[in-house]
Design a protein around this ligand. Sequence first.
Ligand SMILES: [Fe+2]
Ligand SMILES: [Fe+2]
Length: 183
Amino acid sequence: MNETIHHINQLYIQFGNNKYDELISQTEHATQCAALAKASGASPELTIAALLHDIGHLLVLAENNGTIDFDTDDEHEALGARYLAAHFPSGVTAPIALHVAAKRFLCTADDTYFDQLSIGSVRSLEKQGGLMTHHEVMRFERSPHFSSAVELRRWDEGAKDEHIIVDPFESYLEMMEYTLNSK
Ligand SMILES: [Fe+2]
Ligand SMILES: [Fe+2]
């Protein structure tokens, strides 16, 4: 197995059981998000972005021996995208980097979206900057990865179901390897 893929897989084996302020584990959340992407016909890059969008939380957990500080924003979207940028193209990393901005955007632009948020998502919204200003909305809409970030964020919120079973994390390893910059 490629070294990067091996490291990512190990990260989810070691820390993916953590529920991180939701009702389901990080690995369940990741695989549900990827399953929604796949079902929507998303590209391999966007499907892997969906799978790894919260890898920043796992990197923080790994750094702090599995403990979490919920009082401060861990900036997991930037952390995860930065970590992955050494190995994956922008089709994977940009939607990850923008998925928190997409949440703020959707809460601002879509009247019905806030009510769909999980308790964990509501709790973190303020720390992440709350609603967007008009200027922020306009700037975000101009981003070349705007629509994939919004799509990812919609799957993200849908990927918190306690009762469904989806394809396991390992079933994406081959697709992950396929999307790497250099194989
Ligand atoms: Fe996230
Ligand atoms: Fe998420």
